[in-house]
Design a protein around this ligand. Sequence first.
Ligand SMILES: O=C(O)CCC(=O)C(=O)O
Length: 198
Amino acid sequence: MSRFETLIDGPDGRARLWSDAVASAEALMAELEREVDWQTEFIRMFGKTYEVPRKVAWHGDAGAVYRYAGVTHEPAPWFPALERLRDLVSERAAAPFNSVLLNRYRDGKDHMGWHRDNERELGEQPVIASVSLGVERRFEFRHVTTKERVSCRLPAGSVLVMDGPLQAMWQHRLPREPKVTEPRINLTFRYVLSRRTS
Ligand SMILES: O=C(O)CCC(=O)C(=O)O
């Protein structure tokens, strides 16, 4: 197994980064740009509707329905490139995944604010594996009580695995980088516990 860097490791969770885990990252990026039905998403906050500053898609097993920020995501089916990535990150993380959230950042103005992946349907201590393609961007963690920060860069082909109580104890974000003009795609593989029965 290839080498990784430990970004966070302690009683409040763990984050490990494999910088060069995905082969043919450029070709994969091009395939996802082409094949994925990228959606514009809107969220409602403080009585107003905002366009989310990135494009999104949700793929996974039938029934892996995921709700966040008041939005319900019905999964589109897996396709071979996503299945190959799922199997790769599953091995790195030593955990199964039944779904993936894809985010496409058109440039450095697109971003994701501070949040935790702590929705109920992800369970108590979710394992999240995050694959980056395209332009390198900065990624930050902030501890919820001590406010300690940990920052790293996520290059194309990297895999970041977050596990243990990390999602309870640390927030994360992808900040704006106004000088960045190239796109980036991120895929966060997750295991959604709730399955719709009807
Ligand atoms: O694009 C990224 O690296 C961050 C994605 C993320 O935080 C998420 O999907 O919850």
